[in-house]
Design a protein around this ligand. Structure first.
Ligand SMILES: [Zn+2]
Length: 412
């Protein structure tokens, strides 16, 4: 039996008009609570040189709830969550001070900057009922009512905590769900290489290769993003029109991010479903995103915003995708091996004769004196596969002290 894991599932809320007004009221209460607690911490420090703890503040919250009926109506645990967020902001501030980084004292939050609130326990302040086939459902929030939600959990499970978020005028509930995922692997051993021109190259055990192409939607979104950004740039700073022009830019980013996530989910599920062994290099992201305009870590000055979308995707997609494959492989109970690329050097090593030769990044072909000719990515993917299989074999020989005939005969 698989062990339980915690998953985040995000649902979009479809509140009625009166529910939306109640949600906004509640958001305002949490925002005021957050700011009041921040003010209290600052005052305590100024007047008494006293550092208030989360414990002090939750005791005061009890008094506040007794004195103010609006706060009394607020779910007590959710108010604690808001105080805890301030506590975390202070902890981060103190650790930045300690590390000598720019401290950035916790700030008062304007209503528009205040994103939401949370609940700690299912049944205390919130109750989620999934719809048929685990799609959509109903979310009951105390003080607000039952709201229709849309979204889908891949694996059914029990809701544990809930965060209500407001983003660009929309409402979302992010539930952490405890579930026992059921996933199975396949019959292949594969090696993966992550590329820039190609999303990923796969080396199969039967000496063939396949490729996963980069999704098109990034290029499609690029044109729309450029024109939305140009439009935004024309508006006067701090004007109403500028605020309005910001919405399409945010919408394009949101849609692209959702499509990209969906793409990564589908591809990683597909890869895991066909394999019993997945071998991949450890990613060195710096090398992949180096460009004339600097790196993601230290971008050049005045990097055009239009470069942003592509750069961001190239930089984050393989990392994210690798993380997804890792946990999906664990769910399916199949082998996942990360090849130490600094030691093995998949792009510099021949998958035929195992000799090493330095290649420039521009060299897209692998042409070896041993006669092997492959694309650079195909060769690297195959190096990852062979290296992992060899390591398993070597480990068996060391541990068992003989050739792996017995267990292979049993599995055949
Ligand atoms: Zn060779």
């Amino acid at each position: 039996m698989e062990s339980a894991v915690s998953r985040k599932v995000v649902y979009r809320l479809y509140p009625s008009r009166s529910q939306e007004a109640a949600l906004l009221d509640m958001l305002g209460l949490h925002q005021r609570l957050y700011n009041a607690a921040l003010e209290q911490r600052i005052a305590a420090w100024r007047l008494q040189r006293k550092s208030l703890s989360a414990y002090d503040q939750s005791r005061d919250l009890t008094e506040l709830r007794a004195a103010d009926e609006r706060y009394a109506a607020l779910n007590a645990q959710s108010a604690q969550v808001t105080l805890h967020r301030l506590h975390l902001a202070f902890q981060a501030f103190f650790s930045r001070c300690k590390n000598g980084a720019t401290p950035g004292f916790p700030r008062f939050k304007a209503f528009d900057r205040f994103s939401g609130w949370g609940y700690k326990t299912h049944g205390d302040g919130f109750r989620f009922t999934p719809g048929d086939g685990n799609r959509h459902g109903k979310l009951r929030l105390s003080g607000i009512g039952t709201i229709s939600v849309r979204g889908r959990a891949r694996t059914p499970g029990d809701a544990k905590t809930c965060e209500i978020q407001r983003k660009a005028g929309r409402w979302y509930a992010s539930l952490s769900v405890s579930c026992r995922p059921q996933r199975t692997g396949g019959t292949q051993a594969i090696g993966l290489d992550w590329g820039v021109e190609t999303f990923a190259t796969i080396a199969h055990e039967n000496a063939t290769f396949s490729a996963i192409e980069n999704p098109r939607f990034t290029r499609q979104a690029q044109a729309a993003l450029e024109s939305a950004q140009q439009n935004l740039a024309r508006k006067a700073k701090r004007s109403k029109n500028r605020a309005k022009a910001r919405l399409p830019v945010a919408a394009i980013h949101r849609k692209t991010a959702a499509k990209r996530l969906d793409f990564l989910r589908q591809q990683s599920a597909k890869i895991v479903a066909q394999s019993w062994l997945i071998a991949t290099e450890t990613l060195a992201i710096k090398n992949m995103t180096r460009s004339a305009k600097g790196t993601i870590e230290s971008p050049g000055r005045n990097v055009a915003q239009k470069a942003g979308l592509n750069r961001e995707i190239l930089a984050t997609a393989p990392r994210k995708s690798l993380d997804m494959i890792r946990y999906k492989a664990a769910e399916a109970g199949i082998a996942f091996i990360e090849v130490p690329s600094r030691k093995v050097k998949p792009s510099q090593t021949c998958s035929g004769c195992w000799k090493q030769r330095k290649k420039a990044l521009s060299e897209r072909m692998h042409i070896c004196a041993c006669g092997l000719i492959l694309s650079r990515d195909q060769n690297a993917a195959r190096v990852n596969l062979w290296w992992s299989v060899c390591m398993l074999l070597a480990a068996y020989r060391t541990i068992a002290g003989r050739e792996p005939t017995g267990c292979l005969a049993q599995s055949a």
